[in-house]
Design a protein around this ligand. Structure first.
Ligand code: AHG
Ligand code: MN
Ligand code: MN
Length: 335
């Protein structure tokens, strides 16, 4: 992509961050093209190793990490923290930003032609590399994702509302389609990996049991469930038509704080959800007030329509006899 043909341009992107956003977008155009070719190109979903957290690494995870790092090195990004790298990498020693990235989110969906994405978060760099990321989520300058689906879209916030762009395949540029994305206030949809039911805590079980009980339960209405397995796709759906997403902590070894990582998954998603009028918590407290104590730290994540997420927090405050009761007896939550 030459300097004369910016892949994205909008007055709503702060000037100082524009080169970084342009670099992210330019790479994502290439990533989208690689994904679109699927099996016609290299074997994207083949296992190539494990990252430091023990997650399997696929060819596309590694390729995306290399592609983003190479392009961002030419910008003002000083520190680069990636899901695919154990430690922070210094890209431009004179740069003023720290960028955290999940280069490829939803890697279990690579081979099945389902939406996957890239999630990023930008801070101002501090002197220390790790210190630039181990800080409260509400110090982010930007949080966003690109989803590679039927459309390739960029959703991003700079702390002044949430913006949505769509990649126009005709000229390979991102065009603004919504300058004020708002999470619909109500919806009857929830997203959780229900196969973990037996591992959940009582408040999470109680909340989902009451959704499943539908019209006969205390909620007095029927719900619908979705689970894509790509956080970016779930976020995009919730930004578009509301609902709630939960990846709670559970009793499996290593899942005490859920599965999702604070710095390059939960913090940027929480930022853009809150900027779109939604709420994002760890089940009880806002994500935006919290900070990771290590680069790859996990945190439970519950986000979506405000009323729903606040209700989950309320289940965490229920007295023991209420939370253990069968839904029919959960008197406090009728209606
Ligand atoms: P990644 O591919 O970056 O490791 O992230 C996958 C995440 C997230 O996208 C999704 O919401 C979640 O893992 C799915 O987890 P389960 O397989 O436990 O349902
Ligand atoms: Mn991910
Ligand atoms: Mn990933």
């Amino acid at each position: 992509m030459s300097a004369q043909t910016p892949v994205i341009s909008s007055d709503l992107i702060p000037a100082a961050l524009t080169p970084v956003i342009e670099a992210l977008c330019a790479v994502s155009v290439d990533v989208a093209a690689v994904i679109a070719r699927g099996p016609l190109g290299q074997s994207l979903g083949s296992l190539v190793g494990e990252n430091t957290d023990g997650d399997s690494q696929k060819a596309l995870d590694v390729l995306c990490d290399e592609m983003f790092a190479a392009e961002l090195k030419k910008t003002d990004v000083r520190f680069y923290a990636s899901e695919e790298q154990e430690e922070v990498v210094t890209l431009n020693p004179n740069g003023k930003y720290a960028l955290a990235i999940d280069p490829l989110d939803g890697s279990s969906n690579i081979d099945v032609n389902v939406s996957i994405g890239t999630i990023f978060s930008i801070f101002e760099a501090k002197e220390g590399d790790k210190e630039s990321f181990l800080r409260p989520a509400n110090e982010q300058l930007a949080g966003g994702y690109v989803v590679y689906g039927p459309q390739t879209s960029l959703v991003v916030t700079f702390g002044n509302g949430t913006l949505m762009f769509v990649l126009d395949p005709a000229d390979k540029t991102f065009k603004l389609v919504n300058d004020k994305v708002m999470v619909p206030a109500t919806s009857k949809e929830f997203a959780i990996n229900a196969s973990n039911y037996r591992h959940w805590t009582k408040p999470v079980r109680a909340y989902i049991a009451d959704c499943l009980a539908g019209q006969e339960g205390p909620r007095d209405k029927d719900f619908n469930m979705r689970w894509v397995g790509s956080l970016v796709a779930e976020t995009h759906r919730i930004l578009t038509r509301g609902g709630i997403f939960l990846y709670p902590g559970d009793s499996r070894k290593g899942y005490e704080s859920g599965r999702l990582r604070m710095i390059y998954e939960c913090a940027p998603i929480a930022f853009l959800i809150e900027q779109a009028g939604g709420v994002a918590t760890d089940g009880a407290d806002p994500i935006m007030g919290q900070q990771a104590d290590s680069l790859h730290a996990r945190i439970p994540l519950v986000f979506g329509s405000a009323e729903k997420v606040n209700r989950v927090a309320a289940y965490h405050d229920l007295p023991e006899q209420e939370v253990s009761a069968l839904f029919g007896d959960r008197g406090l939550f009728r209606g």
